[in-house]
Ligand binder design. Structure first.
Ligand code: OFO
Length: 173
């Protein structure tokens, strides 16, 4: 059985993950308006990954005999001045999410909830990758600056991203 405190905090994180999904879907829509289909594809897949993160926490709360309570999701920003500005915002957002997971780990430690600590490890590791990927794209966009050709090259690269849903049996995916 999970403590009420831990349950509440994990419900809050479901909301964060769905907000992340919403934000990236909004970025995808904005990239579509700029005809940058590869960037739009990357963001749409990011949106699916975030939904998967939310469901992972949803399943965990249920598995521990807790009560999932979904919250409101705020309207995300829907316009950015440049692809660089959008990716800087994505990177900053991922740093915020990493902070959320650090707080959750601290709470799990306080609550002496070993199962939640182990569960949260997956997200802590995932955040290292999420931050690194967003930062890498920010750096590439800074290098190309106003070079349209460079932008199209990155667009082609991001267009190749595909979503791989985790195997049903693999709880650690
Ligand atoms: Fe972007 O990461 Fe979820 O957790």
């Amino acid at each position: 059985m999970i403590s009420k405190k831990m349950e509440g905090a994990l419900n809050g994180q479901i909301q964060e993950e769905f907000y992340s999904a919403y934000l990236y879907l909004s970025m995808s829509a904005w990239f579509e308006t700029k005809n940058l289909k590869g960037f739009a594809n990357w963001m749409k897949i990011q949106n699916l990954e975030e939904q998967m993160h939310a469901i992972k926490i949803f399943d965990y709360i249920n598995e521990r005999g807790g009560n999932v309570q979904l919250q409101n999701i705020n309207k995300p920003q829907n316009e950015w001045n440049s692809p660089l500005e959008a990716f800087e915002a994505a990177y900053k957002h991922e740093q915020h999410i990493s902070g959320c997971f650090n707080d959750l780990v601290h709470l799990a430690m306080e609550e002496k909830d070993r199962a939640s600590q182990i569960f949260l490890d997956w997200f802590v590791n995932e955040q290292v990758e999420e931050e690194a990927t967003a930062d890498e794209i920010v750096q590439q966009l800074r290098i190309i600056g106003d070079n349209g050709h460079g932008l199209l090259m990155i667009d082609r690269e991001l267009g190749a991203r595909v979503f791989t849903p985790p195997a049903q049996s693999d709880k650690n995916a």
